[in-house]
Design a protein around this ligand. Sequence first.
Ligand code: FES
Length: 66
Amino acid sequence: MYVCICNGVTDRDIHRALENGDRNFRQVSKSLGVASQCGSCESLAREIIEEYKLQASPQTPFYAAI
Ligand code: FES
């Protein structure tokens, strides 16, 4: 699903960024460009990041780095 139309960023792209080390909205925005133009995608991107954090298990790289 496209999250950021302006930059062609999908929810999978956001998940991949989190798996590769991004830890919050600011880092995801910096690495993928989410919300860097019109900004209408920010709330959805934040929701996706928070959902990912809640689903992260102790075995995932994201959880281990917190
Ligand atoms: S939809 Fe993401 S910056 Fe416009």
